[in-house]
Unconditional design. Structure first.
Lengths: 304, 426
C-alpha cells in the first residue's frame, strides 16, 4: 500500500516535469517525430510533393543500386567525412592544448576561435571561399608571391574542389575545441605533479597522462563529428550554389538528397535516401562504439 | 497533494492555451479584403513590387496585401512545401519551366472565368503573348513581361580587333567562330563557354533551327545529333586555339560583378534579355545585344519570345477575386508599369509597351529594340518543359563540363546527353 502511494507520487512528479517541458515536447513531436514518421512512410512511396503519394514498396531502394549519382555522392561523403573529421579533431585538440595554459586573454581567444563555427554556413563565407580559391583568387596570389605561378581554379577543378570544403570544415573546429578544453581542465593536476617528480618529460606527460585521460572526450567528439561529417549540407550547398559543382565532385549525400526531394520533385526517393543515410550513420557510430572499449579510458571501470 | 494536482492541471492548460489561440487566429484571418502575394526576386524587383502593392492599396482602401519574397532557388522550395501543405498564396509568380507540372497536378486555377467576368482585361494583349500561359485552351498564367535569349557583346573590343559591326539577323556560327578567333589574336580577349548556367538554352536554339526541339512527347525531341555536336565542336575548337575561357573557371557560379564579361575577360556573354540590365550594370561600360547566330542551312527560327515572370492564382487561393483584380492592375495599369520600368521584362499589353518605349532609359531601350527585332526573327515557342526537365538540365550541365574539360570525347559526350536524356524524360 505504501509502495503504491510512492509510485503514485513519483508518477505525479514525472507529470509535473513533463508539464514544465511541454512546450519543448510539443515542438519535438510536431517538428521532429511527425516529420520523421512521414518521411519513413514516403520512402516506400512515389511522391512528387504536388500530388498524392502512391505506395511502391521497395522500388526506391532498388533504384539506388543503379543510380550513378547515388554512388558518386556516397563516395564524396565518405571521402569528406574520413578526411575532414580527423583533421578537424586534430586541429581542435591542438588549439585546446594551447589554450589550456590559462593566460589572461583566453576567454577572448576562445570566443574568436569559435566564430568560424557560427558563420561557416553563411553566404558571406561562401563568397569569401570562392574569392580565396578562384583562378585569380587570394591563394594563387599568395602562391605567386613565393614564386609558384599557377592559374588553377581550386574551386572549379573537379580534383581539388572537395579539398576547399574539407579546409572549411577544419576551420570550423570551435565546438570540438571547447569540449576538448573542458576535458583538459578536468585532468587532475596531481597526475602531472607526480609525473614531474618521477622525472617525466612533457612529451611523456602528454602521451601517458593527457591522451589517456582525454579519450572519453575524443570518443564523444569523434561520434558527434562523424555524424556531422556524414550529414554535411550547408557548406557544400552555399559554396557550390546548390549544384555540387564541379562535375558533382562536391555533391555530398545530403545535397543530393535535397536535389532529389526538392529540385526534382522526387520526395519519395529523397526520403528513401535519407533513411539509407540514417542506416549508414548508425553503422558507423556502432563501429566506433564497439571499438571504444579497446581505447577509451574510463576511470570508474579501471578503479574497480 | 490535492493542491499540487490542481496546480499541474492549471499549468498544462496554460501551456496549451497559446496553441489553441493561434489555431483560432489562423482560421479567422481570411476575409475578402486581404490576400497574399509571393514572388522571387532581387532587391530592385522587391522594392518596385512593394511600391506596386502600395499603389494598389491606395486605390482600394481597406485592402491589404501580405507579401512574401525570396531568391529563385529558395522560392521553389517554399512554394512546393506550401503546395503540399495546401497553404499557397492567392497570387504567385510562376515560371514556364514548372507551369505544366503544376497544372497537371491541379495546383493552378484557370483564369478564364475572371476574364469573362471582366476582372482581368486582355483586350490590349496580343494572343501570341498569352499562348505561353495556356494549357489545353485554359489560361493558367499571365506574363508580366517578354523575354528572349540573346548574346551581349563588347563593341569596343570588336573594333579594336578590326570588326566594325555584327549583322545580328543574318550572321552564322561560322562568323561567330571567325570573330572569336580574330578577337583573341588581336586583343587577347577570350570567349566564354556558351550558356554556362544552362547550356541547354544554347543548343536548344540550334536544335530548333533544324526544325526539331529539345523535348519530345517522351524523351528527347531530336534524333540527329549534328546540331548538338556542333554546339560543342565550336567550343572545343576555340578551346584548342586558346580562345575559350577554361571551363574550370567559367563554370564556377559567381555574381554578375564577378562575371567574366564584367571583368572584361570575354567579349561576349549569353543571357536572357531581361538579364541585360544587371549585366550592363555590372560591366559599367556600353554593351550591345544581338540574336544568336544561325546554323548552316537553318530550316526554322531558333529564337522565340518567352513569357517571363508568369503570375498565377493557385487553385487553393482563399481570395482569388482580389488576386485577379491585383493581377489586372499589375499587368495593365500604365502608372504602375511606369514605376516597374520593365524590370520583369518587356510589358505585353500594346498600349503599355508603346507608352514605355518612349519613357525607358537607354539600356532598357536596347532591350525593347531587341525584343522587337527578336519578334521579327522568332519561331513559335515549344511546349512547356516536361516533368524531369530539372534533372535533365543538371545532367546536361554536368556532361557539358565533362566534354569541355576533356574527360569524355565529343562523340561520347553527345551520345551520353541523348541516351541519358531519353532515360530521364521517359
Amino acid at each position: 500500500m505504501k509502495q503504491l502511494t510512492s509510485r503514485r507520487r513519483s508518477f505525479l512528479d514525472d507529470l509535473s516535469g513533463y508539464a514544465f517541458i511541454s512546450p519543448w515536447l510539443l515542438g519535438f513531436i510536431a517538428f521532429s517525430i511527425i516529420p520523421i514518421l512521414f518521411s519513413l512512410y514516403y520512402s516506400f512511396t512515389e511522391y512528387d510533393i504536388l500530388g498524392d503519394p502512391t505506395f511502391n514498396g521497395l522500388e526506391n531502394f532498388r533504384r539506388m543500386l543503379g543510380d550513378e549519382l547515388f554512388w558518386q555522392s556516397l563516395k564524396v561523403t565518405f571521402f569528406y567525412a574520413f578526411v575532414s573529421v580527423p583533421l578537424r579533431l586534430l586541429f581542435a585538440f591542438f588549439v585546446a592544448m594551447l589554450f589550456n595554459r590559462g593566460t589572461r586573454a583566453i576567454r577572448m581567444y576562445q570566443a574568436i576561435y569559435y566564430v568560424p563555427s557560427l558563420v561557416g554556413g553563411s553566404i558571406a563565407i561562401a563568397v569569401m571561399w570562392r574569392r580565396l580559391f578562384m583562378a585569380d583568387g587570394a591563394l594563387n596570389a599568395a602562391l605567386a608571391k613565393i614564386g609558384i605561378v599557377t592559374d588553377i581554379s581550386w574551386i572549379g577543378n573537379p580534383s581539388t574542389a572537395i579539398w576547399t570544403l574539407i579546409l572549411l570544415a577544419a576551420w570550423q573546429f570551435g565546438s570540438s575545441m571547447l569540449i576538448f578544453l573542458a576535458g583538459l581542465r578536468q585532468i587532475p593536476r596531481e597526475l602531472y605533479e607526480a609525473a614531474s617528480i618521477d622525472g617525466a618529460n612533457p612529451f611523456k606527460k602528454f602521451t601517458h597522462i593527457t591522451v589517456p585521460q582525454i579519450t572519453p572526450v575524443i570518443f564523444f567528439n569523434l561520434v558527434m563529428q562523424l555524424i556531422n561529417g556524414f550529414t554535411v549540407f550547408t557548406q557544400a550547398f552555399v559554396v557550390s550554389g546548390g549544384s555540387g559543382d564541379p562535375l558533382n565532385s562536391t555533391l555530398v549525400y545530403a545535397l543530393y538528397l535535397y536535389q532529389r526531394a526538392f529540385k526534382y520533385y522526387d520526395m519519395g526517393y529523397g526520403s528513401a535516401l535519407a533513411w539509407v543515410l540514417v542506416l549508414i550513420i548508425g553503422i558507423m557510430t556502432g563501429v566506433v562504439f564497439k571499438t571504444s572499449s579497446t581505447w577509451v579510458f574510463y576511470e570508474a571501470k579501471e578503479g574497480k | 497533494m490535492k493542491a499540487r494536482t490542481v496546480l499541474i492541471t492549471i499549468l498544462v492548460t496554460l501551456l496549451l492555451l497559446p496553441g489553441v489561440l493561434f489555431a483560432q487566429a489562423a482560421t479567422e484571418e481570411t476575409d475578402s479584403n486581404t490576400m497574399r502575394l509571393a514572388w522571387w526576386g532581387n532587391p530592385t524587383r522587391d522594392e518596385r513590387t512593394y511600391k506596386a502593392v502600395e499603389m494598389f492599396e491606395a486605390k482600394n482602401p481597406g485592402v491589404s496585401i501580405e507579401t512574401e519574397t525570396t531568391g529563385w532557388s529558395g522560392y521553389w522550395d517554399k512554394m512546393n512545401t506550401q503546395a503540399a501543405a495546401g497553404s499557397l498564396p492567392d497570387l504567385m509568380q510562376h515560371d514556364y519551366a514548372y507551369m505544366l507540372q503544376w497544372v497537371e497536378r491541379n495546383q493552378l486555377a484557370d483564369l478564364t472565368p475572371y476574364v469573362d467576368k471582366g476582372i482581368i482585361d486582355l483586350s490590349k494583349i496580343n494572343d501570341s503573348f498569352l499562348t505561353g500561359g495556356m494549357v489545353d485552351g485554359k489560361l493558367y498564367g499571365i506574363s508580366l513581361g517578354t523575354n528572349a535569349v540573346c548574346l551581349t557583346y563588347d563593341l569596343a573590343v570588336l573594333k579594336k580587333a578590326g570588326i566594325s559591326e555584327i549583322n545580328s539577323a543574318t550572321w552564322t556560327w561560322a562568323d561567330f567562330e571567325r570573330i572569336a578567333l580574330q578577337v583573341y589574336r588581336k586583343t587577347g580577349v577570350q570567349t566564354i563557354p556558351f550558356f554556362t548556367t544552362d547550356p541547354k538554352v544554347g543548343f536548344d536554339n540550334m536544335i530548333r533551327q533544324t526544325g526539331a526541339s529539345t523535348y519530345g512527347e517522351t524523351g528527347i525531341g531530336f534524333t540527329d545529333p549534328a546540331a548538338l555536336r556542333e554546339f560543342y565542336a565550336i567550343q572545343l575548337r576555340l578551346l584548342d586555339a586558346g580562345a575559350l575561357i577554361k571551363p574550370e573557371t567559367a563554370f564556377v557560379t559567381v555574381s554578375p560583378e564577378e562575371g567574366a564579361i564584367a571583368k572584361g575577360e570575354t567579349w561576349v556573354e549569353f543571357i536572357w534579355s531581361n538579364q541585360f540590365v544587371s549585366t550592363q550594370a555590372a560591366a559599367q561600360r556600353p554593351l550591345e545585344i544581338a540574336l544568336l547566330p544561325n546554323i548552316k542551312n537553318a530550316k526554322a527560327k531558333g529564337t522565340f519570345l518567352k513569357p517571363s515572370m508568369f503570375f498565377s492564382i493557385p487553385a487553393s487561393a482563399e481570395n482569388p477575386e482580389l488576386a485577379a483584380k491585383f493581377l489586372n492592375f499589375f499587368v495593365n495599369n500604365i502608372e504602375v508599369n511606369d514605376m516597374l520600368m520593365g524590370e520583369r521584362g518587356v510589358p505585353i499589353p500594346d498600349d503599355v509597351r508603346a507608352y514605355m518605349s518612349t519613357k525607358v532609359d537607354p539600356i532598357n531601350k536596347q532591350i525593347f529594340d531587341y525584343i522587337s527585332l527578336a519578334s521579327k526573327n522568332a519561331g513559335p515557342i515549344d511546349a512547356p518543359d516536361p516533368a524531369g526537365s530539372g534533372e535533365f538540365l543538371k545532367m546536361v550541365r554536368d556532361v557539358t563540363q565533362e566534354i569541355l574539360m576533356k574527360r569524355v570525347s565529343l562523340d561520347a559526350g553527345v551520345a551520353k546527353i541523348m541516351s541519358r536524356g531519353n532515360d530521364i524524360l521517359k
